[in-house]
Design a protein around this ligand. Structure first.
Ligand SMILES: C[S@@+](CC[C@H](N)C(=O)[O-])C[C@H]1O[C@@H](n2cnc3c(N)ncnc32)[C@H](O)[C@@H]1O
Length: 392
């Protein structure tokens, strides 16, 4: 590593511990080897896959704490039980119309599983099995401990899967999972559509473009975009939706995440895309800083997910903002379950409700998409008011 320019440090961001920097250097070496093996360039989606999921060293597969206040970001389930308790009402309705099984994708710290199981038991909704499909390394033990604490009577019903089962009946949940799937980065120019990828320049990772080809070009051409413009296309998320559709025989999938319908996602003013890096609660735009130590995400194009669902024969059961969805599910009644005079318990719940519902926080940016099969024509609880699938 004689001409190694050393790790890139950003004065505005916290400096990683030496062992973390060391792990990041090892991942960087793996990425550089991959770039060299492929003739000096890899697609950004391959870089994102390596940075997040490279065995033993990726952001989600390297084993360090990612979730909650000590990690890099906070998600709705880590804010306390209110989100899961409210979601439980929709899950109970869907279980009643399918089967008493739940499959959660990417269960993070395990809070959603624990709080959901506890609340479903309280509501008298029996769950036979709760399956977790999680590519993140070392998370199963942490999830098991969290679930044992939050829902001790249900922990025996939880199993961890390595891949999607051949078929499934029941309710599938993906909370902030699709935004963590690798995306292709594109640039639309007068000369044509280019794929933005990663090369090595002066010893560092750097953006480099090639003419887009094959599936990426075909997907780009389906969009009506005036150059110059840059954005992302999530082919991995589309593939994931296809495999979910193959598996889901009866029941529904709830996708909860930040994102927009295509018209907003590819809005002329959103001309630099939605790609973002998160490091210790700082959001910034450099995906090449400390590979493996920072989260990389892109917003979700919900129209693309709904279109794949439609082509695979799944029904579109609802699409709403998180705020409308949670209000429809009865977040206010859940809150009323705690005495407002009991300030010590009520104040944090009210603060969480504000974060989940406020248009300035998660209420509008986060959406809930529900697709499913063979669960009957009646409208679902969470989409009773403010349903917006016409915008997809
Ligand atoms: C931002 S975290 C969210 C964790 C948790 N759902 C929460 O809300 O706190 C994203 C998670 O999605 C997982 N993930 C990414 N792709 C996945 C896939 N194809 N199947 C299952 N989980 C996936 C990651 O490993 C990671 O645990």
């Amino acid at each position: 590593m004689g001409d190694d320019p050393g790790p890139m440090l950003r004065p505005e961001l916290p400096v990683p511990e030496p062992d973390a920097l060391d792990a990041s250097r090892r991942l960087l070496a793996r990425i550089e080897t991959e770039i060299a093996a492929r003739g000096g360039w890899i697609a950004f989606s391959d870089y994102m896959q390596l940075a997040l999921y490279s065995p033993g060293l990726g952001y989600y597969t390297g084993g360090a704490a990612k979730f909650g206040p000590s990690g890099d970001f906070i998600t709705a389930p880590s804010l306390g039980p209110l989100f899961a308790q409210t979601l439980a009402r929709q899950v109970a309705e869907l279980i009643g119309r399918s089967a008493p099984r739940i499959l959660e994708f990417g269960a993070g710290g395990g809070e959603l599983a624990g709080d959901l199981l506890a609340e479903l038991a309280r509501l008298g909704c029996a769950v036979e099995k709760y399956s977790i499909l999680e590519p993140g390394a070392g998370l199963a033990e942490r999830q098991r401990a969290t679930i044992a604490k939050l829902a001790p009577e249900s922990v025996a019903k939880v199993e961890w899967l390595e891949r999607l089962p051949g078929d499934f009946e029941g309710v599938m949940i993906a909370n902030e999972v699709v935004d963590a799937m690798p995306v292709h980065a594109l640039a639309w120019r007068e000369e044509g559509v280019f794929e933005r990828g990663v090369a090595i320049e002066n010893g560092r990772l750097a953006w480099a473009e090639r003419p887009a080809a094959d599936d990426v070009l075909a997907a780009a051409r389906e969009l009506d975009i005036a150059p110059p413009y840059a954005s992302e296309i999530a082919l991995a998320a589309r593939g994931w939706m296809r495999s979910v559709a193959d598996t889901l025989q009866k029941g529904a999938l709830l996708v909860i995440d930040y994102g927009f319908p295509a018209r907003e996602f590819y809005h002329p003013q959103r001309n630099t895309g939605t790609l973002m890096a998160h490091y210790r609660h700082h959001a910034h735009a450099d995906p090449f800083l400390h590979p493996g130590l920072q989260d990389l995400t892109a917003h979700v194009d919900f129209s693309a997910l709904a279109a794949i669902a439609a082509t695979t024969g799944l029904d579109l059961l609802g699409y709403a903002t998180q705020s409308n969805f949670l209000v429809n599910c009865g977040i206010t009644e859940v809150l009323e379950g705690t005495d407002a005079q009991d300030v010590r318990r009520y104040a944090p719940l009210a603060a969480t409700a504000q974060k989940l519902l406020s248009p300035a926080e998660m209420g509008e940016l986060f959406k809930v998409l529900c697709v499913g099969r063979a669960i009957g024509p009646e409208a679902l609880l969470g989409f009773a008011r403010g349903e917006r699938s016409h915008t997809l």
